[in-house]
Design a protein around this ligand. Structure first.
Ligand SMILES: [Zn+2]
Length: 97
């Protein structure tokens, strides 16, 4: 049975620092957006989706904790969900088994 989602580790493309773990749904290959509700680790990021912030300003940029490169910026999807719009080429993803 195929899983409904794949689990990826996302790392900084510049310094390879671990950023987060993500459950990706759907067949698309690219990661253009990260849905906050599908971030499973670290807790500091996965909790953001639950906070249901009133303003986009309360969601920080997705930033590398090591080299401070900004990897993604917060936005709202068409489905009114919180996402990080990912800056292509600035991160690595690694499929976990
Ligand atoms: Zn980095």
């Amino acid at each position: 049975m195929a899983q409904k989602y794949k689990t990826y580790d996302i790392r900084c493309g510049k310094c390879t620092e671990y950023l987060l773990t993500y459950h990706k749904y759907g067949a698309g290959k690219g990661i253009l957006r990260l849905y906050l509700s599908n971030i499973v680790a670290p807790k500091s990021l996965s909790e953001l989706a639950k906070s249901n912030p009133a303003s986009i300003k309360s969601i920080p940029n997705l930033q590398c904790p090591n080299c401070e490169e900004v990897i993604g910026v917060p936005a709202i999807s068409k489905g009114q969900k919180w996402v990080f719009r990912m800056r292509q080429g600035l991160f690595h993803r690694q499929l976990k088994k």
